[in-house]
Design a protein around this ligand. Structure first.
Ligand code: FAD
Length: 308
């Protein structure tokens, strides 16, 4: 084993390490696509100290690393990831409401977005109804600026705490971050640790009504019974990727076990035995055919891990 790998191995084997380490862990167990080869090390860091010690070592040893949430916007290659895949555990999964200003919520990056949506509803706080039914963690949601056609999480954020290996922790105000359509200005090596959200008090019946309408729309239009990563492509300006793909006649197009959903054209679903290569080839095929038909270049919303 190379010296740099031994250093990481030693660190992770330390009984005092706060977290869990799995070796050659199939990433198919950690993505909503249920696709993906092994991560050389799959590490759940339960404390800031565990997180920083591993990532500082990765940087010193020039070892590849990646941070993932619930893998709901991720396609991991069949070869997997030759490095450390990090997730956020115990100390990043807490959630609290400001005692003096109960419309402000502090959430760790490892908290499920759906848990924050439900808790806000219970406290009659409005502002996150658009996120009902969106899988993933707060960290992934902020990184992707998760949202609907009209709303996105960045609009509710007042501050974010981030950590960059080799640098200090930083608390950013919302204005320090550029919140675009399914994209943000967080650097690739910036790990989101927690955030503060500002919501508004509202009538619980109003909140529930909006949540139910959003869920109903989602259930009616999305293939929620099949593994996917949600929308594959970003909508082009003033257009809809689903509309272009549908009008190009691509619903139902298959490569191996990957299929352009017959229910929602911007979803590519895993029909059971799809490989990452099937999905990747189908993405390229759809992109090419939309380009040929309409001259529009589709760009992907899904993130890729472990591809050359
Ligand atoms: C059925 C379905 C429906 C969906 N509907 C929507 C929708 O309505 N709107 C929408 O916007 N998205 C939707 N998505 C996509 C996905 O749920 C969101 O993008 C989600 O916010 C991703 O969160 P995650 O924790 O799963 O992130 P992951 O998929 O694990 O990671 C996504 C990206 O975020 C990065 N990341 C994760 N955690 C951190 C962190 N702590 N610090 C820094 N970077 C981090 C990863 O490196 C990666 O680049 C849907 C997906 C599915 C499967």
């Amino acid at each position: 084993m190379a010296a740099h790998a031994k250093t990481i191995e030693k660190l992770l084997a330390d009984p005092a390490f706060q977290g869990e380490v799995r070796i050659a862990e199939p990433m198919s167990s950690h993505t909503t696509y249920r696709i993906g080869g092994p991560a050389r090390w799959f590490v759940r860091a339960d404390s800031l100290c565990a997180l920083t010690s591993v990532l500082e070592a990765c940087v010193r040893q020039r070892m590849n690393w990646a941070i993932v949430g619930r893998g709901s916007n991720l396609l991991v290659s069949d070869a997997g990831f030759d490095g450390v895949v990090m997730t956020l555990g115990r100390d990043f999964r807490s959630f609290r409401v400001d005692a003096e200003e109960p419309t402000r919520i502090m959430a760790g990056a490892g908290v499920l977005l759906s848990a924050v949506v439900q808790e806000s509803f219970k406290r009659s706080l409005a502002g996150l109804e658009f996120a009902v039914g969106t899988p993933g963690n707060i960290g992934g949601a902020l990184r992707m600026n998760a949202g609907s056609a009209q709303d996105y999480i960045g609009e509710r954020v007042t501050s974010v705490t981030v950590y960059t290996p080799g640098a200090d922790l930083r608390r950013l105000s919302a204005a320090d971050v550029q919140w675009g359509y399914r994209q943000t200005s967080f650097a690739p090596d910036e790990v989101i640790l927690e955030c503060e959200l500002a919501l508004q008090e509202a009538d619980p019946f109003f909140i529930r009504g909006k949540m139910e309408a959003n869920l109903k729309r989602r259930r009616a239009s999305q293939p929620l019974n099949m593994p996917s990563c949600g929308s594959v492509f970003r909508n082009p300006p003033d257009d809809s990727a689903a509309r272009l793909i549908d009008q190009a006649g691509l619903k139902g197009l298959r490569i191996g076990g990957a299929e352009v959903s017959t229910k929602h054209a911007n979803f590519i679903v895993n029909t059971g035995d799809a490989t990452a290569s099937d999905v990747r080839r189908l993405i390229d095929e759809v992109r090419q055919r939309v380009m040929d038909a309409y001259g529009t270049q589709l760009t992907t919303e899904v993130r890729f891990l472990g591809f050359k």
